[in-house]
Design a binder for this molecule. Structure first.
Ligand SMILES: [Zn+2]
Length: 139
């Protein structure tokens, strides 16, 4: 913490970072970079999701376009049946016979990275953004 210098007398006992006094340019740059990074992540965070990946209990994944209306029935582990619903840019676990219902309570997923997992069933639904399907394993 040697970057902090104590102000001697004027201004009381506040601590000030040294870089603030070295010039406003450094501070302005830091603010600018932070703003740009924030905009960058917001931009990609809000990029329209294009696909949903559905992971089955056996580990295999299916990539399905979100730009459709479709329901998918999955027979999960422990005799749990799930109903995945895709509705024009969003997806959810509509129904599940799992005991905890965590997956159902995840609700609609529409942003890249959002996930609904049904642990007891071994099923995971995740929204993927941006890039289109590479190997085209769409249903
Ligand atoms: Zn569940």
């Amino acid at each position: 913490m040697t970057k902090f210098a104590k102000t001697r007398s004027n201004g009381g006992s506040r601590l000030r970072p040294v870089w603030l006094r070295r010039g406003d340019i450094a501070a302005a740059c830091a603010v600018l970079v932070t703003a740009l990074l924030t905009a960058f992540f917001l931009w990609f965070g809000q990029a329209p999701a294009s696909q949903v990946s559905v992971q089955y209990p056996d580990g295999h994944k299916e990539y399905i376009s979100l730009n459709r209306v479709q329901t998918i029935e999955i027979s999960g582990n422990n005799g749990i049946d799930l109903l995945i619903e895709i509705d024009n840019g969003r997806a959810r676990v509509r129904e599940s016979s799992c005991p905890d219902q965590v997956c159902v309570h995840s609700g609609w997923l529409s942003r890249s990275g959002q996930t609904a997992a049904c642990v007891p069933a071994g099923v995971c639904v995740q929204i993927l953004g941006g890039e289109p399907a590479v190997d085209g394993v769409t249903a």
